[in-house]
Design a protein around this ligand. Structure first.
Ligand code: 5GP
Ligand code: ZN
Length: 110
């Protein structure tokens, strides 16, 4: 089972920002900006390359709600999803990074 599926089922603790039946948003363990939140579908989907149009449609208002809860919707944020090895994806479960709380001046690199 992947690390984010373990977060979904409670095996790995997390600091939850917002949750509904389909999605969960939680704080990144190694934040790369003052606010760094991860948003995932609860069902395992490997990456954006495999996601359905329906899930993408549903996750959009959820992410928007998360940015309101974080109070970053007005000042802005960077929304990133990494895909595969050249994309720099380390966790093989679709996730969106919300980077905020400061001017995000560079791409996320590792
Ligand atoms: P990727 O490089 O796959 O796009 O991003 C994976 C992200 O997941 C990284 O920013 C990393 O810090 C975060 N991450 C990895 N393991 C954990 C964990 O166990 N808990 C939390 N909260 N974040 C994690
Ligand atoms: Zn998973």
């Amino acid at each position: 089972m992947c690390i984010f599926c373990k977060i979904v089922n409670g095996e790995i603790p997390n600091n939850t920002v917002l949750e509904n039946d389909e999605f969960i948003a939680f704080e990144d363990i190694h934040p790369q900006s003052k606010i760094h939140t991860i948003v995932i579908p609860k069902v395992h989907v490997e990456s954006f390359a495999q996601v359905s149009a329906e899930t993408m449609s549903n996750i959009t208002p959820f992410i928007q709600e998360v940015t309101k809860k974080l109070n970053v919707d007005k000042d802005g944020y960077r929304l990133i999803t990494n895909i595969g090895s050249n994309g720099g994806q380390e966790v093989p479960h679709l996730h969106f990074h919300i980077l905020a709380g400061q001017r995000v001046g560079r791409l996320v690199s590792k």
